[in-house]
Write a protein that binds this ligand. Structure first.
Ligand code: HEC
Length: 213
């Protein structure tokens, strides 16, 4: 019995190794062709997210020049919000105003504090002490929904308030300071920055995980 099967088995194993060889040769052939024509897979997260249709690859991890792909994946899954990096605002006057606005939020005291370089009208706190990462952090009391929801009705004043009024509310109460005039470069910079941050949030839309909880 076993003697009769031997040649068959030999043929079968030969056959299999030939097939495997052909498959490997084809794989190598296409491997070379694909590598030469398409190139190596691009694992650059920035390009990857752009290809996935994410309009804003810098939406997460503001202080890095590239997004952190893991944070990015998690946040898009939970549809969390983080705005664009002011660093990437246009290289023109508007962009400069936006960057100045971010600077004022982050280092308010240096400009408006007791020893401020522009004016001495606040108590030395920075907006960023309460609005984390210049108002651009998930669960950080961020400004994500300001551009999309202001002017809005506020219970406190019983009035519809615009962005200027709301900013000055924090200027006067949180920073125990004086209101900025609407026309001042500082107020316009803060407005430009906050509007820039929320520019991709649909009108009336809110963002999740905006506040502290
Ligand atoms: C002591 C903490 C504190 C400081 C400092 C502070 N804020 Fe606020 N700010 C808050 C709190 C609390 C809220 C209310 C958050 C809410 O409504 O969920 C708020 C709300 C806001 C809002 C409205 C956000 C919204 O979605 O309705 C804006 C705009 C704002 N602050 C701007 C500023 C600016 C500009 C500065 C600096 C000049 C500043 N804040 C400094 C605590 C602070």
């Amino acid at each position: 019995m076993s003697q009769e099967q031997q040649p068959l088995e030999a043929f079968a194993s030969l056959h299999l190794s030939v097939i495997l060889n052909i498959i490997m040769a084809l794989a190598m052939f296409f491997g070379v062709i694909i590598t030469l024509t398409v190139g190596w897979p691009d694992w650059d997260p920035e390009t990857w997210f752009q290809r996935k249709g994410n309009p804003n690859p810098y939406a997460v991890d503001r202080d890095k020049s590239r997004p952190d792909s893991m944070t990015m994946a998690v946040s898009s899954k939970l549809s969390l919000w983080e705005g664009p990096n002011a660093q990437y605002a246009p290289q023109n006057d508007t962009g400069d105003l936006i960057r100045y606005g971010r600077e004022l939020i982050a280092n308010t005291a240096a400009y408006l504090g007791p020893g401020g370089s522009v004016a001495q009208i606040t108590n030395g706190m920075n907006c960023q002490n309460c609005h984390l990462n210049a108002g651009n952090k998930i669960w950080g009391n961020n400004y994500g929904a300001v551009a999309s929801t202001y002017p809005k009705f506020r219970e406190r004043s019983g009035q519809v308030e615009d962005l200027y009024k709301r900013v000055n509310d924090c200027m006067e109460r949180s920073l125990n300071g004086q209101a900025l005039t609407t026309g001042s470069r500082e107020m316009q910079a803060i407005r430009a920055y906050i509007e820039w941050l929320g520019k991709d949030v649909p009108k009336k839309g809110n963002t999740q995980r905006r506040g502290y909880i």
